[in-house]
Write a protein that binds this ligand. Sequence first.
Ligand SMILES: Cc1cc2nc3c(=O)[nH]c(=O)nc-3n(C[C@H](O)[C@H](O)[C@H](O)COP(=O)(O)OP(=O)(O)OC[C@H]3O[C@@H](n4cnc5c(N)ncnc54)[C@H](O)[C@@H]3O)c2cc1C
Length: 292
Amino acid sequence: MKTVRVVVVGAGVIGFSTAVCVAEALPFCSVTVLAEKFSPDTTSDGAAGILFAAQFPDISVERQRRWFKDSFDHLRAIAQSQQSPEAGPFFSSRYQIFKDVPADPKPYWSDLVIGFRLMTDRELERFPGYKFGQAFTTVKCECSSYLPWLEKRFRKAGGKVQQRKVSSLHDLSDSYDLIINCSGLGSRTLTDDPQVYPVRGQVLKVEAPWLQHFIRDGDGKTYIYPGIHGVTVGDISGCSYLFRLFTLYCYRIVCKCKYFHNLMLFFALKQRKKFEGNSRFFAKFKIFFFFT
Ligand SMILES: Cc1cc2nc3c(=O)[nH]c(=O)nc-3n(C[C@H](O)[C@H](O)[C@H](O)COP(=O)(O)OP(=O)(O)OC[C@H]3O[C@@H](n4cnc5c(N)ncnc54)[C@H](O)[C@@H]3O)c2cc1C
């Protein structure tokens, strides 16, 4: 049988996940990942990597449910396997809070995550101005571990890796039979698609081991996500209560940092792009502050 030459453009979480699937499932394919940047320099490396479901009005709920279930079950299987410490996915629990009761208090993904329930009044007392909340456990997948783990799997399946910038997808058509575009924000120029654009926000990655639970505003714009390699706190909205809480946490964190040598406060200005008005992807811009 003739070998099918496949190229995946992009080495972020989408590119490597796709490349691993093709290389492992279709051994008659020769798969190459071609990218300008690899871990730790992709947008995926900057992501908190927590798994939540958004709701897109022009895609059927059934389809969104299937997407979310597939992703959740895939990451859950890794999180509860012995591979979890090397691969990155682990379970993360607690609160999504709302200022008003949402239209769908029990959303389509509620039976797909673990232990979904509504928050009690006593739990909500911690969040002045918030009237409603959901408590559940999801999976957090940190790409600083997950991408190297995927790359290892990819190479083991015979995959090849090449680092270079692609200026046009058409240029690859002589060398490959199938081109899979996973170039993230790079798609704006590679596919000449103005609907792919970044949106700015702020994200801090900090050392704060006393924070154990995620807290997320229901609109998804403000959040605190504890992880293995630090806590991600972010805001892409105005000055909400959560943002003030987040600032307070940061103040505590910075104060605490001063007592330790070489603790690093990582500040990332976050850019988000919207793709076809639906799916959201992010790019990042990082500034590092060192407290010694
Ligand atoms: C601060 C932050 C926090 C986030 N938190 C979360 C979260 O908690 N949960 C969540 O689900 N998502 C989160 N995201 C979003 C998530 O990071 C992105 O949706 C995801 O990383 C997109 O992955 P990707 O593989 O499509 O793109 P990227 O990771 O951007 O990878 C793109 C790849 O394409 C390559 N490329 C681009 N153009 C070219 C070219 N011309 N030639 C060659 N190579 C090219 C790049 O070099 C790179 O290798 C967050 C994002 C940010 C910035």
